[in-house]
Design a protein around this ligand. Structure first.
Ligand code: ADP
Ligand code: ZN
Length: 519
């Protein structure tokens, strides 16, 4: 078995002339029957890494894949390429299943996709033992890790593969790169001294930008206006938000639909198919949409709400620009989203998981509020060296200007102090700007010395400075239902010990600049 044979298979079944960087080494490793871990970004070409060796070796390649909807697409694509492939999962009738099983016994099937549930169901291992299995491929292998996102408890049982079939090599593939997940994949699957292939996670063709979450509907309409007919995905936190957003976009004349796990399988398939066939421009979706979707011309991904961590974020924006052409990722950031996510996380039972999830959320927030190159922040998060600024993100385009913000910080902090650390950021802004609203008057805030001392700056700007102080540890958010700001040791230094603070000048990107960049 040599690499030439692999190349012929690549050409014959997939129509490609050459391997992408990395693929060839991975395939030789698998052909040498060694366990393999592949960390490659979405769109990197992971499927070929198990499909080609599976076809080169005699016998059957068994692919474990968590998403039933996806399985069908992959099998259909393979059949279309002349590969005898099939799948087994709970959505099939027993007759359909028998048909596939018979093809396995006959030695006709080359590629068998199974759900983890099916793989672990009674009698399935003895069924496999009667076949010549040449390779186990574990797709979306990060699902085995409780540290990451998309944890699936049944994946933990996959260790039985190595116990029951010690001779059969295993290839585990994922687009999640962090070290903890990688370690979990190796130990939980009992992989024997695996070779780890990690390709760069950088997706240089995706322009990265973050905008404040206020007025996001207007911002989205502006964005869309400049990008007529470009297909894209808008991720929302709630099912309801996907529906109302799609509705609003339709009212504005856009070809938009929504997708979430509350829809029937049939309806989901239908809208997904429309999107894949380029008959739908905009998909408003929860994170239920997208895993494994093979649509190469998605031009942009918008996050209407902040995602819960950078792993999810990177995987989701990775669905843009898989064809390598210019693409964009726009993230809306608001403190309200952070609070909502905190609530969701702290509802869980496991305190250890909570702490980790909260720490990951903090990193997500830091990214959103980053005042240095965003790609650098991301690549560092995924453990990659990234010495230079990327020149292809909003921070690189609008480098922050820092100034001595001590006086501004003092105004903010004294508003917090004088209200006895009971108020949320929005109320601090109201006090500084002297807004005579019901709350201010009822609580007598208008009598405070700080009331109205910050009329000269717009609310958004004040809010950004509050965020920066939080990021610098000079304020804390009490993660209770009020989300009140609390003073820290750092705030004391500023208020009483004459410590100075550097803040980054807030600049809203003007619509004009936006337009210039888009053309
Ligand atoms: P992943 O599973 O890593 O997200 P896929 O396996 O779906 O990525 O591959 C992404 C795209 O790249 C697919 O359209 C696939 O056909 C294409 N592709 C994979 N390998 C090659 C190759 N060697 N040459 C050209 N295109 C390739
Ligand atoms: Zn940059």
């Amino acid at each position: 078995m040599d690499v030439r044979e692999a190349q012929e298979v690549l050409k014959l079944y997939f129509g490609y002339d050459k391997f992408r960087p990395g693929q060839e080494d991975i395939i030789s490793n698998v052909l040498a029957k060694r366990d393999t871990i592949v960390l490659m970004p979405t769109g990197g070409g992971k499927s070929v890494c198990y499909q080609v060796p599976g076809l080169v070796m005699p016998g059957l390649c068994v692919v474990v894949s968590p998403l039933i909807a996806l399985m069908k697409d992959q099998v259909e694509a393979l059949l279309g390429n002349g590969v005898n492939a099939g799948y087994l999962n709970s959505s099939q009738s027993s007759k359909e299943q028998q048909l596939i099983e018979q093809q396995c016994f006959d030695g006709r099937l080359k590629m068998l996709y199974v759900s983890p549930e099916k793989l672990l169901s009674a009698g399935f291992f003895s069924f496999l033992k009667r076949l010549e299995v040449n390779l186990f491929a574990i797709d979306e292998a990060h699902c085995i890790s409780a540290w990451g996102h998309d944890f699936r408890p049944e994946y933990l049982q996959l260790k039985n593969l190595k116990i029951q079939f010690p001779e059969v090599p295993v290839i585990a593939l994922t687009a999640t790169a962090d070290k903890l997940t990688q370690r979990d994949i190796q130990t939980q699957l009992y992989l024997q001294n695996p070779t780890v292939y990690s390709s760069s996670f950088d997706r240089p063709n995706i322009y990265l930008q973050v905008q404040p979450g206020q007025k996001r509907m207007e911002a989205i309409l502006d964005f869309l206006e400049d990008r007529p007919f470009q297909p894209g995905i808008i991720y929302c936190l709630s099912r309801k938000a996907t529906e109302s957003l799609a509705q609003k976009l339709k009212e504005k004349g856009y070809n938009a639909e929504y997708y979430h796990a509350g829809l029937s399988a049939k309806d989901r398939d239908k809208v997904q198919e429309r999107f894949l066939q380029d008959n739908l421009q905009i998909m408003c979706a929860t994170i239920a949409f997208g895993m494994g979707i093979d649509k190469s011309n998605v031009r942009w991904v918008i996050h209407y709400n902040l995602p819960k961590n950078l792993e999810s974020y990177y995987q989701e924006i990775g669905r843009a620009g898989r064809d390598g052409a210019a693409a964009e990722a726009l993230l809306f950031h608001s403190l309200a989203d952070v609070m909502t996510l905190r609530d969701i996380i702290t509802q869980g039972d496991n305190k250890k998981d909570q702490a980790l999830s909260l720490a990951k959320l903090d990193r997500m927030q830091q990214y959103a509020e980053s005042t240095s190159c965003r790609r650098k922040t991301l690549m560092h998060y995924f453990g990659e060296e990234y010495p230079k600024d990327c020149g292809h993100c909003d921070v690189c385009d609008h480098p922050p200007v820092s100034f001595n913000g001590t006086e501004l910080a003092q105004k903010i902090l004294s508003a917090v102090a004088r209200t006895k650390e009971t108020i949320a950021p929005a109320q601090v802004v109201d006090i500084l700007r002297g807004s005579r609203n019901q709350m201010s008057l009822a609580k007598g805030y208008d009598k405070l010395k700080t009331f109205g001392v910050g009329k000269d700056l717009p609310p958004l700007e004040w809010q950004r400075y509050i965020h920066q102080l939080i990021n610098q540890g000079m304020l804390e958010v009490a993660y209770d239902e009020h989300g009140a700001l609390k003073l820290t040791k750092g705030s004391q230094d500023i208020l009483f010990n004459g410590k100075s603070v550097e803040l980054v000048k807030f600049q809203a990107a003007s619509p004009k600049e936006e337009k210039e960049r888009a053309t």
